[in-house]
Ligand binder design. Structure first.
Ligand code: NAD
Ligand code: TYD
Length: 347
């Protein structure tokens, strides 16, 4: 099987490429099409880069010529490539529309032309929006509430439309918040782990009681690997971690693992339109036969250990990347200046 993986130099994509080689060995050829945005790190795949059945193509999924070249001879496509950070989308970045909507369109058009055997569109639980009680299932209405979520919902439904309109064998997946090795230090867990290692403040939004469901990235990669064979065209599958927790609980666990004081926690002004709770019912994937859930405490301990051992991976980003430092200042400068040690009102 020859698989085009897009965004393979990002967090989940790199874990997925590694998973494919672990589970399928020489039975798979991987073409990794990645634009190498700020979120990419080719070092994340250093251990597989020399394989004969791996090829890297630097390019944009919204560029039809690059997509034609990269998809040549492929049986399947797994589209991870996206702009992914909610806070950046709230700064008015047009690349969310360009990649998460138009890029998906370009990939689908090429897949339609080529009669690809399976196209997996990696969507997100954020397309459902927030839920006070219970859990979303695949037929729940979509109600994306921030620009990232809305652009992902556009890509999600565009992909489905290529099944409904043209019979492109599209499978859509909606996973909950991932955590694990190789995650760029802008998202909650890697940001807080690396800040805590350095004794820097941990900026918790609002009252810190928003709930996310945490999925270990290796479990997510295993689920996508499974769906590459078992996913039914035209179907959507939720992928959950089964580990719902308030952000403050996660923060306390990170501090405890690193033996750092709670005084590092700073409550800062909330994210605008901050979704209160995400929750998924992943029964459909379970009924298809998939089981693989790493207990949260185990996955978190492994993650914290990884960031402790791989300072060579994240320090260059945090200490030498001017764009990262500029983003950090924009996102947290004023917030930290007006932060407090007690909860702020939720936004
Ligand atoms: P990431 O930000 O770590 O990596 C994204 C990768 O896509 C980078 O390597 C980047 O260079 C590449 N990319 C961006 N724009 C591109 C373009 N136009 N053309 C080619 N490559 C491009 O993202 P991630 O956290 O690994 O997320 C991967 C996918 O999973 C995304 O589609 C995201 O929406 C989805 N998802 C993420 C989570 C999560 O918790 N991280 C949860 C559910 C779903
Ligand atoms: P994040 O990792 O950005 O993922 P998402 O927005 O996709 O859920 O955020 C996870 C949760 O952590 C979310 O409720 C926002 C919160 N958060 C903070 O409190 N402080 C931060 O600095 C960040 C990045 C996130």
């Amino acid at each position: 099987m020859k698989v085009l993986v897009t965004g393979g130099c990002g967090f989940i994509g790199s874990n997925f490429v590694r998973r494919l080689f672990e589970s399928r060995g020489d039975g798979v050829t991987v073409v990794n099409l990645d634009k190498l945005t700020y979120a990419a790190n080719p070092a994340s795949l250093a251990d597989v880069a020399g394989r004969r059945n791996y090829r890297f193509v630097k390019g944009d999924i919204a560029d039809p010529d690059m997509v034609r070249l990269a998809m040549d001879g492929c049986d399947a496509v797994v589209n991870f490539a996206a702009e992914t950070h909610v806070d950046r989308s709230l700064l008015g970045d047009a690349s969310f529309i360009e990649t998460d909507v138009r890029g998906v369109f370009v990939l689908l058009e090429e897949a339609r032309r080529r009669r690809i055997a399976k196209f997996i569109q990696i969507s997100t639980d954020e397309v459902y929006g927030t839920i006070a009680e219970g859990s979303f299932h695949e037929d729940s209405p979509l109600n994306p509430r921030n620009p990232y979520a809305a652009s992902k919902a556009g890509g999600d439904r565009l992909a489905y439309s290529y099944w409904a309109s043209y019979g492109v064998p599209v499978v859509v997946t909606r996973a909950s918040n991932n955590y694990g090795p190789y995650q760029y230090p802008e998202k909650l867990i890697p940001l807080f782990v690396t800040n805590a290692i350095d004794g820097h403040p941990l900026p918790l939004y609002g009252d810190g009681r928003n709930v996310r469901d945490w999925l270990y990235v290796k479990d997510h990669a295993a689920a996508i690997d499974f769906l590459l064979d078992a996913g039914e065209p035209g179907e959507t599958y939720n992928i959950a971690g089964g580990n719902e927790a308030e952000n403050i609980e996660i923060t306390h666990k990170v501090l405890a693992l690193l033996q750092k004081p709670k005084s590092l926690i700073r409550f800062v002004d909330d994210r605008p339109g901050h979704d209160r709770r995400y929750s998924l019912d992943a029964g459909k994937l379970g009924r298809l036969g998939f089981r693989s859930v790493t207990p949260f405490d185990e996955g978190l301990a492994e993650t914290v250990r990884w960031y402790g051992e791989r300072e060579d991976w994240w320090r260059p980003i945090k200490e030498r990347d001017a764009a990262y430092q500029e983003f950090y200042k924009t996102q947290y400068g004023d917030r930290l200046a007006t932060s407090s040690s007690t909860a702020k009102p939720p936004g």
